[in-house]
Design a protein around this ligand. Structure first.
Ligand SMILES: [Zn+2]
Length: 632
């Protein structure tokens, strides 16, 4: 094997990788050199990539990840919102004890369950956060009814009181809320040994097994279930929101009957699980649940349903170019998004990646994070609904904010972002999956070895169409360096890698020898970096250089060939999205589909996160004028 010249880099104190990388230079010659060297692939990388087997990696239940920079500020603002008014104990518990009049108390368990769920997820086991959480857990079980549910007394055998004109009905809203509360109680039971919580979760789970399933999944009563209801209080939305809590209860108790019940619910659900549907939040959360059932049961039919649903919503136009979906799971004809739906769409994509290895799901998650979830956040830190510009094709712009939803989205988006922290870098027997070029630090396990992964944007990428990240791996000195699987994003025309090792004895940074292998497997766009066996931990730094030239898509997320259009002297491309890097460019000054000259794009448009006034309308669809032919 050809030996690389071991460049001497300046001495540096550990951790200052940006400083030393500036010294390393990022010239294209240097990268070409390392690419030639990589023609000699090490056997392990090749064997891994060609095996075709996908083994679900160890996605951490309790991620140690800390975001950095702008994503951290946004995430922390979301959590901070939960510590402010109106979220005190009485407000939160009003949907189970009716101590005050507030919105949606008849969705019993909805706010209380969501609050307990996100707070339990983000807390450490020895430190419940925020302060009100302990009081909620102390008190909530006393409001549980004899049959196990929370909320008003109900005769469950009566006819379902559907009303297509209002959500002010009794039976369905209670089932929705109790489904969310089962998730809250199981999340708390997984995290804390708090007296009475696990028992309350079990009693509520038994209500689903003994009462809800026989009453609401009865083949003899399908006609009744088909009666039209208002979208938030519809049968399919409300009855099946309890499935995932049952699955979690199985994890908490180890009792198989809860898993079996979840499967039975999921099977009966299939007939009612259709598109379009009035409630994308309910629909997408239930599709995620199917993936989780697959994880626990191994039954591929559930994963298949979720994969087919993903294909249907993406090819069917339910997902707009910014990666988000409408509050109603419609292609068009409605004009608001919903934070909860973005949250569930994010998690579904992450779960589909970890269960299939297909990187298109990570591409979608990333698109959604930067271009769909960020515009949904309020300056208060909360999330909710934003008006969207919508025409016959579908959404084309974010308009003014509509409602800060202090009843669902402000809990559910932070919850999903916390889940996302487990997916930024993921450990597995096969190595480390580096999924998102975003600033973060985390710890992952590869077999018996623990690794710290630090991902930082590099300031100087040496070119307008380059995005560089420094990735540090810190492991126990002497440990074999695991393969690093770098996702090749849909927006990157190329990814190049260099690597250095800090030698403690000589206090030098040495460029390391490694092999690169692009996955040949369809849909798995990954570059695997394998070092020679002579290289062992402790501090390794990789520099990842992504080529990120602008490109175009139509409103159904299909590529539009800009180069070809220029060659053919096309004057105007109607209804396109302009993308660069993970960003779908947005019009800084207008929420309408405007004509914009190619040469003016960088002046008039930019990434949403760089907008000066985020609450202004911003269109993500334009008509691109090429007439001038002045390509930037
Ligand atoms: Zn919501």
């Amino acid at each position: 094997m050809r030996k690389l010249n071991m460049n001497k880099i300046h001495l540096l104190s550990a951790g200052l990788s940006c400083v030393f990388l500036a010294g390393c230079g990022t010239s294209s010659e240097a990268f070409e050199k390392s690419e030639r060297a990589s023609a000699v692939a090490l056997p392990s990388a090749v064997a891994f990539q060609e095996s075709g087997q996908w083994v679900r990696p160890d996605v951490a239940e309790n991620p140690s990840t800390r975001l950095l920079g702008e994503p951290l500020a946004s995430y922390e603002a979301g959590l901070e919102r939960l510590t402010k008014a109106p979220f005190n104990k009485d407000f939160i518990l009003a949907d189970v004890n009716f101590n005050q009049v507030r919105w949606f108390t008849h969705f019993s368990g909805d706010i209380s369950g969501r609050f307990i769920e996100v707070a339990s997820n983000v807390s450490s086991a020895d430190e419940p956060w925020p302060e009100v959480l302990n009081a909620l857990l102390d008190e909530i079980a006393q409001y549980q009814k004899e049959d196990g549910h929370f909320g008003a007394e109900v005769d469950w055998e009566q006819e379902i009181d559907f009303d297509p004109t209002t959500d002010r009905t009794v039976m369905m809203p209670i089932l929705w809320g109790n489904g969310r509360l089962l998730l809250g109680l199981t999340a708390a039971a997984m995290k804390f040994d708090h007296p009475g919580v696990k028992e309350a979760a079990r009693k509520l789970g038994d209500f689903y097994v003994n009462t809800v399933y026989p009453r609401f999944c009865d083949p003899e009563r399908v006609e009744e279930y088909r009666t039209e209801g208002q979208y938030a209080s519809a049968y399919v939305t409300c009855v099946y929101e309890g499935m995932e809590g049952l699955l979690d209860l199985y994890k908490v108790t180890g009792e198989r009957r809860y898993l079996e019940s979840a499967c039975k619910f999921a099977d009966f659900h299939e007939e009612f699980d259709v598109l379009p549907v009035g409630h994308s939040h309910g629909s997408l959360s239930q599709t995620s649940m199917l993936v989780k059932i697959y994880e626990e049961s191994g039954q591929e039919k559930y994963l298949k349903r979720a994969v087919e649903r993903w294909d249907a919503v993406v090819t069917g136009g339910y997902v707009n170019p910014a990666g988000s979906v409408l509050e109603k799971f419609w292609v068009t004809g409605y004009n608001r998004d919903e934070g909860c739906s973005e949250a569930d769409w994010l998690r579904l994509n992450l779960l589909l990646w970890s269960n299939t290895g297909q990187t298109r799901y990570l591409d979608m998650a990333e698109r959604l994070y930067w271009n769909g979830i960020q515009p949904n956040q309020w300056s208060t830190g909360g999330y909710g609904h934003r008006f969207m510009g919508v025409d016959d094709v579908g959404p084309f712009a974010y308009l003014k904010q509509s409602q800060e939803s202090l009843w669902c989205c402000s809990f559910h988006v932070p919850w999903a972002l916390h889940k996302m922290l487990s997916f930024l870098a993921v450990g597995s027997e096969a190595g480390i999956w580096y999924n998102f070029p975003i600033g973060f630090e985390t710890a992952v396990d590869v077999g018996e070895q623990a690794w710290i992964v630090k991902s930082n944007p590099a300031e100087d990428a040496s070119g307008p169409n380059l995005i560089a990240y420094n990735l540090e791996l810190l492991g126990t000195p002497g440990a074999a360096v695991p393969p690093l699987h770098v996702r090749m994003p849909d927006w990157a025309q190329d990814v190049k890698v260099r690597g250095w090792k800090y030698d403690r004895e000589t206090k030098e940074e040495l460029e390391i020898e490694f092999a690169l292998a692009k996955s040949e497997l369809p849909g798995r766009n990954v570059l695997t970096v394998t070092t020679s066996e002579k290289i062992t931990a402790d501090t390794l730094t990789y520099q990842l250089l992504y080529t990120a030239r602008p490109f175009l898509e139509d409103r159904r997320l299909q590529r539009v060939d800009l180069e070809k259009a220029l060659e053919e002297k096309v004057e105007r491309l109607e209804g396109v999205a302009y993308r660069q890097g993970p960003h779908v460019y947005m019009n800084k000054s207008s929420g309408a589909i405007e004509d914009i000259e190619l040469s003016a794009v960088n002046k008039k448009m930019g990434p949403f996160v760089e907008m000066e006034d985020r609450d202004d309308p911003h269109a993500f669809v334009i008509n691109l004028l090429l007439e001038s032919g002045t390509e930037e």
